[in-house]
Design a protein around this ligand. Structure first.
Ligand code: PLP
Length: 393
């Protein structure tokens, strides 16, 4: 059996999305900016896709959704855009507050900007892997121009207090950006209720195609164009529009948002079943209380077992999981979230992430429980023999 439990890294395409995209590789290939019929034929589909995104996120008509190539680009566009628009001309306001557990597309961009005079404060998570309003606002100074805080963490699934922090930021006249990549399709994301200035998303995290994402920009908070060379997207980002993928993202988002309830009932039940079984294994730590996490995620650490060994055992059984962010998986390193929550450095190396989707079945979870338990027993047996051998020599 093959089981994919790495849905926080990427997801499979919803079959309906695949069907919806197909005509745009065949007959509907015109450039929507062209004036001929081929171009004109495509435009209504583009508008329909954008309309689906506005509806799914409850975005007001006067606000903007900028289409990008991925969430990494969206995060770069916000952070570098704020630098060009505000910080360069007014270095007195050069301070950005973020968390120490953001995705590398935020952390590395801020590290780059700090070489250009931007002062960044990284707020650490608490011992549950959470972030409090108080901790975020305590980092604010009279030089703060922006707070950037993810909606839900990609490793633990912990949900951060976006509504509270965005309101507090607004009161102080500070711009607020959230990376909602891990929130959309898992928990309600309603921009009528929650007033953010910028919000990042990516289609491949909610069963859409890879290589397409977006950035919500509130009216009056426009950012400078970082891609010059054409009038596409109203002159805000040049480059021929990838209509097939935009259409795919529109439907994928509509579908994902329509399945949030299923995620919170059916997928949560399967996640909890798996988590209950894993928690029965001795010396196991699951990060963060369930009710504060997205319904599909478990970050677990098994004392004495290397996360990579466990992954390898599971992989041989046809099960895909991860040791954390796929963007960092080429370097075997301590899991940054485990380190941030102050866990034993030994445990930091053993963390592994299991992330379900609405396509995960009960049969798959039963199989994972069996294989996970066997792998843990096998690896524990090896590590105790190893510890004994070491002691004896
Ligand atoms: N932000 C978060 C929270 C993520 O989990 C990811 C992907 O893992 C990204 C950003 C980057 O997404 P993309 O692959 O679309 O650039």
């Amino acid at each position: 059996m093959k089981v994919y439990l790495d849905n926080n890294a990427t997801t499979k395409i919803d079959p309906l999305v695949k069907v919806k995209m197909q005509p745009f590789f065949e007959d509907l290939y015109g450039n929507p900016n062209s004036l001929h019929q081929f171009g004109m034929d495509v435009r209504p589909h583009l508008n329909e896709a954008l309309g689906s995104m506005y509806d799914a996120l409850h975005v007001r008509d006067e606000d903007d959704i900028l289409i990008t190539s991925c969430a990494t680009e969206s995060n770069n566009a916000v952070l570098k855009g704020i630098f060009f628009k505000y910080i360069l001309s007014n270095p007195e306001k050069n301070h950005i507050v973020t968390t120490s557990v953001e995705h590398p597309s935020v952390l590395d961009t801020l590290s780059f900007l700090s070489e250009h005079g931007v002062d960044v404060t990284y707020v650490d998570v608490d011992n549950e892997g959470g972030i409090s309003l108080e901790a975020m606002m305590a980092a604010v100074t009279d030089k703060t121009i922006l707070i950037s805080m993810m909606w839900a963490n990609n490793e633990t699934g912990m949900i951060f207090p976006v509504k509270e922090v965005s309101e507090a930021a607004k009161e102080k006249g500070i711009l607020f950006h959230t990376d909602a990549v891990q929130a959309i399709g898992k928990i309600p994301v309603n921009l009528t209720d929650i007033d953010v200035d910028y919000m990042t998303f990516s289609a491949h995290k909610f069963h859409g195609p890879k290589g397409i994402g977006g950035l919500y920009v509130k009216k009056g908070k426009s950012l400078p164009n970082l891609f010059h060379g054409g009038e596409q997207m109203g002159g805000k980002r040049a480059g021929t529009l990838n209509v097939a993928y935009i259409v795919g993202m529109g439907l994928a988002m509509k579908q994902a948002v329509g399945h949030v309830e299923k995620m919170n009932i059916d997928v949560r039940r399967l996640r909890d079943k798996l988590e209950d079984a894993i928690s029965k294994i001795a010396d196991t730590i699951v990060v963060g209380p369930r009710e504060k996490r997205t319904p599909n995620t478990i970050l677990v650490s098994l004392k004495g077992i290397e996360g990579e060994s466990m992954l390898w055992d599971l992989n041989r059984a046809g099960i895909a999981a991860s040791t954390g962010s796929a963007c960092a998986s080429e370097s075997l390193h301590a899991n940054p979230v485990m380190s941030a929550i102050g866990e034993d450095p030994e445990l930091a190396h053993t963390a592994m992430r299991l992330s379900l989707s609405r396509f995960t079945t009960e049969e798959e979870i039963d199989y994972v429980i069996e294989m996970f338990t066997k792998a843990a027993e096998r690896l524990r047996a090896i590590s105790s023999t190893y510890a004994y051998t070491n002691k004896a020599s």
